[in-house]
Design a protein around this ligand. Structure first.
Ligand SMILES: NC(=O)c1ccc[n+]([C@@H]2O[C@H](COP(=O)([O-])OP(=O)(O)OC[C@H]3O[C@@H](n4cnc5c(N)ncnc54)[C@H](O)[C@@H]3O)[C@@H](O)[C@H]2O)c1
Length: 349
């Protein structure tokens, strides 16, 4: 089986990681780097592949079988549309777009052209998360009634030396909470109503630094999520899962999901239940659910290769990316205006 070829647009922080995973995965091959900056030529030289300043510069016969869009958020729609127009399956980094309208345009164009569109919410490819979903679907928690999620972390002062990181839109709601919201949607279903607060009490930048949201799920479950990039704490996906070795891993949790017959702690994958009668007086059993870890970015690349070959359908489709962005947009609107907000862009729409 000949490997399918993939080009990476944007050779920055995440684009380089994609290039490395493509190079390490036998079922795919790195075709080219597309980036007008010197970084593009450096990364291309590292892997011995051509570098182009833009997609249009690729000679017709050299076009890749798939493309990864790892450019800044504001370019996702434009770059995604270029790939779709050329009939090339696209994996677009999260967020799918910098606006709901843009996301919808891209999703609809891909659907019209019948070109697979994937969104880089790679955490869904984590075997631990797939196992968590299995546990919930198996009924071991009973009916899920409530959940809580935390993204509490300290971004150092010099992180904010880059001006866009201080601006509206660059705070932890869009940059970080979008990952958590996407996973909670994947695990517990659609979010239909949102209330939220946000604050910038310490740094005072236009971007929020702390946000809290109440979520109502279509199933009737109720959830709370909170995010802050100005708190010294171990409770976040980043600090607890060990997914990215750049963060010092802590033996703590970031999500709890509670049901009528048990609850689940993530990422430990500990299932809590009453062995006999369900009661606060009775002993609680704690059982660790086993799984085989794998780097989810690597698993995502392998999956993308299979989607390109027509062997799998996207695990995180454009519609899913749009629905997750819709919830994030609702959190922002609720935090700004108060009251109850219904997300737009639901997956079924
Ligand atoms: N899935 C994740 O966990 C994850 C992690 C980090 C970033 N991201 C997302 O990936 C995207 C990129 O983030 P980053 O941190 O790598 O950014 P970055 O700034 O490090 O890199 C962006 C790259 O895009 C290049 N670029 C700019 N305009 C271009 C164009 N027109 N064509 C091709 N290349 C162009 C820049 O030269 C730069 O090399 C963002 O959307 C971000 O949200 C996702």
């Amino acid at each position: 089986m000949a490997p399918v070829t993939i080009a990476v647009m944007g050779a920055g922080l995440i684009g380089r990681r994609h290039a490395a995973h493509i190079a390490a995965e036998p079922s795919v091959r790195l075709a080219a780097i597309i980036d007008p900056a010197p970084a593009g030529r450096e990364v291309a030289a590292e892997y011995g592949v051509p570098c182009y300043p833009d997609f249009a510069s690729i000679p017709a016969g050299q076009r890749p079988d798939g493309g990864i869009v790892a450019t800044p958020n504001q370019l996702h729609v434009e770059n995604g549309l270029e790939l779709v127009a050329a009939g090339i399956p696209a994996l677009v980094e999260k967020p799918i777009a910098d606006s709901i309208d843009g996301a919808r345009r891209l999703v609809e164009a891909a659907e019209r052209a019948a070109v697979p569109l994937l969104v880089g919410h790679h955490r869904r490819h984590n075997p631990m998360i797939r196992k968590a979903r299995e546990v919930i679907e198996s009924g071991r928690l009973g009916r899920v009634l409530t959940l809580s999620g935390q993204f509490w972390i300290m971004k150092p002062d010099d992180y904010f030396d880059v001006s866009w990181r201080r601006e509206e839109g660059a705070g932890p709601i869009l940059v970080n909470l979008i990952h958590d919201i996407d996973l909670l949607r994947y695990l517990c279903g659609e979010i239909v109503e949102v209330q939220a607060f946000s604050s910038n009490a310490v740094r005072g930048n236009p971007a929020e630094e702390t946000a809290v949201a109440l979520l109502r799920f279509e199933s009737g479950a109720l959830g709370t999520v909170s995010a802050s990039d100005s708190v010294v704490a171990p409770w976040s996906w980043e600090m607890t899962t060990g997914e990215n070795p750049a963060y010092p891993q802590q033996d703590q949790g970031c999500y709890q999901i509670g049901g009528t017959h048990g609850s689940l702690a993530i990422p430990q994958l500990e299932w809590w239940s009453n062995p006999d009668k369900r009661s606060w007086w009775e002993p609680l059993r704690r059982e660790r659910i086993p799984f085989v870890p794998e780097d989810p970015l690597r698993a995502q690349i392998r999956h993308f290769g299979k989607v390109i070959r027509g062997e799998e359908t996207p695990l995180v489709s454009g519609r899913e990316g749009l629905a997750t962005l819709g919830v994030i947009d609702a959190v922002k609107r609720a935090a700004r205006a108060g009251g109850l907000v219904r997300p737009s862009g639901l997956a079924a729409g």
